[in-house]
Ligand binder design. Structure first.
Ligand code: ATP
Ligand code: MG
Length: 581
């Protein structure tokens, strides 16, 4: 039983989750694990693993796999290994190894002492290959990569056997040993499993299991010049570590026969069960590491941790708490069906969490000066403001009021359109927690731009309460000019302007769908004094504007920088409400 079908955005159809049902279902993988424990398979033990290739930073798709693997282990008193699948010397880097560990820890998971590297198994993997050769189940092929490719056949056509397929065991052993010794160039020979060139499953048509690569590996240096291929290394690493359930994404479904073939032929003491689930896709972003790397190296974003990236480090910097990502992964569930989750659902989970936690403060992003002409010059007043209406424990704070204030430019119109209830000439509004004010005069510069408003306040409306029952239709946020401090604020939007960035005009690629307005930087925003001591990453709600946090990378005491984590507008909640009618 799975529960994620509803969260998918299917093409041409809007379909949305019923959140009330989301937590009740147990997914099909947990059901398999529960059955195996009950039947005593694997001695009732549960050992899972998360096996990233260190060729990029982790993204939110990986989080789904992390939550699943570590979650299942935890729920069943088992363990989950963190194993770096570092069998490709060309693309892997130490920086990624470090960032992946940081990100898994930040998400809230602990591999204890179970940190492994596939490269630690190069020697046993080599020995396993020798065993296959001795059993007549592997041979050295000396065709070129191109010849191998051509002879592999197609989905409708069987492959052809290599002319080298029937080399003797001794010849194969000798050649393989010399491959290891570095006697040959890259591509001169490969080691292939001898399975079935006519198999309907192309993965079973004598797949390559070792190839020559004269490259330096981030951990083993130049000790090796033959490297195992993914399927071979992966199944055997699982077996070496005593993994019970090897959970992976659907694209490996067709590799499962090969996974099992290696374990059966080599009679490994442990035979993990491979189980596949659908990978997570999100609208308005890309999730392939190749593409994310291209965005980084091409300068389309400022790095792997750019707050617009779907990477865990980007989301963290943007202000996502790890528990939001965990609960999102739990709520979208696990299924066998490919689909794309609407990013507005992720943002909905985020707002739900921040609404409970974030302290409310005042910040004016596009300031317009307001002078209260009947307020005494030099006077300052402390007014009481509620820190978080959702959390009585959060208490109150004092905000400073004085004669010169800032309000949002947007909250004033000289010629208000119908139904514009905020400030305009002659109009009275409430300043939250402060007073009623009325706009008396508009001051402009030579270009005709409004630079200042002259207003009067009603001293009897202190705290923002109506003195005589008269009503105002708008309540504005504000800051005291003298007490506020300046900051840079970065407003983020989706990285791509299309829900599916791969949908492009002919001759274009996904990058043509990058959203040119995904980042807007505002300078000289006016911040309430209490934000001076905001800690990096701590969530705030700037009233009426959204959720924000101090940027943990670029912010400093001299030049504070705030990131907008998310706006207040919850598209998802609206959709849900409409659905319920
Ligand atoms: P890419 O294809 O972009 O390089 P990958 O799947 O090869 O990504 P790995 O580092 O091999 O990246 O992934 C580690 C684990 O995370 C694998 O078990 C993989 O199945 C899982 N994973 C990767 N992307 C997703 C995703 N979008 N949703 C769920 N699981 C994922
Ligand atoms: Mg992979």
């Amino acid at each position: 039983m799975s529960c994620d079908g509803n969260f998918m955005k299917k093409s041409g159809e809007e379909s949305h989750p019923d959140l009330t049902k989301a937590k009740i279902c147990q997914d099909f993988i947990r059901a398999i694990v529960a059955e195996d424990i009950a039947s005593g398979k694997h001695g009732g033990k549960v050992v899972t693993r998360f096996p990233p290739e260190p060729n990029g930073y982790l993204h939110i798709g990986h989080a789904k796999s992390i939550c699943l693997n570590f979650g299942i282990a935890k729920e069943n008193a088992g363990v989950c290994h963190l194993r770096f699948d570092d069998t490709n010397p060309c693309k892997e880097e130490e920086e990624y190894v470090q960032s992946i560990q940081d990100d898994v820890r930040w998400l809230g998971f602990d591999w204890k002492d179970k940190l492994f590297f596939a490269s630690d198994y190069f020697e046993p993997l080599y020995e396993y290959a020798v065993q296959l050769i001795k059993a007549g189940r592997a041979y050295v092929d000396s065709q070129s990569a191109e010849e191998i490719r051509i002879r592999r056949g197609t989905l409708t056509e069987a492959g052809q056997e290599s002319p080298y397929r029937n080399r003797s065991v001794d010849e194969n052993l000798d050649l393989f040993q010399r491959m290891r010794a570095g006697e040959f160039e890259e591509g001169q020979h490969v080691l292939r499993a001898k399975i079935d060139m006519a198999s309907s499953n192309i993965n079973m048509r004598d797949p390559t299991i070792f190839r020559i690569r004269k490259a330096s590996h981030h951990r083993t240096g130049t000790r090796w010049c033959v490297y195992p291929m993914y399927d071979f290394a992966h199944s055997l690493s699982d077996a070496i570590e005593g993994i019970t359930h090897s959970i992976c994404t659907l694209e490996f479904e067709n590799h499962r026969p090969l996974y099992d073939w290696f374990l059966n032929e080599l009679k490994t003491p442990c035979h993990p069960q491979q189980i596949e689930f659908a990978r997570m896709n999100l609208t308005y972003t890309v999730m392939s590491k190749r593409k994310l790397l291209e965005l980084v190296t091409g300068g389309y974003v400022q790095g792997w941790n750019d707050p617009r990236m779907p990477t865990l480090s980007g989301l963290r910097r943007r202000g996502y708490p790890p528990e939001v990502i965990r609960s999102f992964c739990e709520r979208i569930g696990v299924a066998k069906m490919e689909g794309t989750v609407d990013v507005s659902f992720l943002e909905h989970c985020l707002r739900e969490d921040l609404n409970k936690k974030a302290l409310r403060v005042f910040a004016v992003l596009r300031p317009l000066k307001v002078v209260i002409t009947n307020y005494p010059e030099g006077q300052t007043e402390e007014l009481e403001a509620v820190n978080n209406p959702e959390d009585p424990e959060a208490g109150t704070r004092r905000v400073l009021f004085s004669r010169v204030l800032y309000i949002e430019k947007d909250d004033f119109r000289e010629n208000p359109p119908p139904k514009f209830y905020r400030l305009s000439p002659g109009q009275e509004v409430r300043l939250r927690y402060a007073y009623f004010i009325t706009c008396q005069e508009v001051i402009k510069n030579e270009q005709g731009e409004v630079t200042e408003l002259r207003c009067t306040y009603d001293p009897a409306s202190k705290g923002g309460d109506s003195p005589d029952g008269r009503k105002v239709k708008a309540t504005l946020h504000w800051v005291s000019a003298e007490h506020a401090f300046d900051a840079e604020v970065r407003l983020y939007d989706h990285l791509f302007s299309k829900p599916d960035p791969s949908e492009t005009e002919e001759g274009q690629d996904y990058k043509s769908n990058l959203n040119p307005n995904s980042l807007e930087i505002l300078q000289n925003c006016k911040m309430e004094a209490s934000l001076r001591h905001a800690k990096a990453g701590a969530p705030y709600q700037f009233e009426r504007l959204g959720y924000f946090c101090v940027d943990p990378v670029d912010s400093s005491q001299e030049c504070p920088v705030f990131n907008r984590t998310v706006t207040l507008r919850d598209v998802w909640a609206k959709i849900e409400k409409a659905q319920k009618g």
